[in-house]
Ligand binder design. Sequence first.
Ligand code: PAZ
Length: 311
Amino acid sequence: MGSSSWEEFFAVHLPPTDFEDNRTLLKEFCDRHDQYGNKIALVTSGGTTVPLEHNTVRFVDNFSAGTRGSASAEYFLEQGYAVIFMHRQKSLEPFTRHFSGQKLFDMLDIQERGPNTTITVKPDSVDVLAPVLSRYKAAHAAGAVLHVAFTSVSEYFWLLRAACECLARLGPRALLYLAAAVSDFYIPKDRVPTHKMQSGSGAPVIQLQLVPKMLAPLVSLWVPAAYVVSFKLETDDSLLVPKARAALDKYKHKMVVANLLQTRHHRVILVSPETTQEIVLTREEVHAVYQKYDDSFILFDLESASSKGEF
Ligand code: PAZ
């Protein structure tokens, strides 16, 4: 399996159809916050897909519900950051994530009397809904959050580079928190069939190629002054810290948050060039965090790094 360079990847894969609109939004957002000297966190969240057909019916997906990213975005807002929330289409989003599925409808009552219909929040749900709703309204009224969505890995890379180009001028006031689960393998564009693969043609042979490592140009060229945090997901504990440290040595960014698929909700390891810090929450702590904001507990430690002037 070979790997193309990042330049080649962008040369071969055309930008998504809504790319120029998103680029304009990103530019306006960054310019506005830059003017006021604000800090901006780019939070990536959710998994990328690798289409098996150009008119995509089937695709290979990367695991991520968007829980970490959407919860962390709320913490960054609370800490005074403006947030670019770059997420997989239909994955969890800040604030609304608290009421996914039927939860919101279960909190409402409806009275239909003739032409007059009234919808009210059930009295015992007000205390649950009000704090989240008020934080949501405040963030949106302040123009503090911008949502941009991707589905495929090439859409993700186009958006990521565009966001970095806009963030570069903020220097150290830009923080990148790359929690999205990004495909390591893809099918080169010229080997992807246009139409839905037909079972009548027999079992397809699919050869995947390595995705170029975008962290390399991101750190060294696109946003060299930003505080970059990447994530590492593994399923084998013995690989977790060595792979996180290898990524830091290679890309020279500031921190890798390492987590195992099986324990990611209560255990993370923060790996920086100087330190390795494991954070494990007890059952009670997990419960307390879930009651407040769910599982983005690792931000507490990013904050303490921030207050020590590390970013
Ligand atoms: O989105 P989620 O909360 O279900 O999962 C979060 C996560 C495991 C995708 C994230 O913490 C992570 O490790 N992202 C990087 C994945 C990777 O190594 O590609």
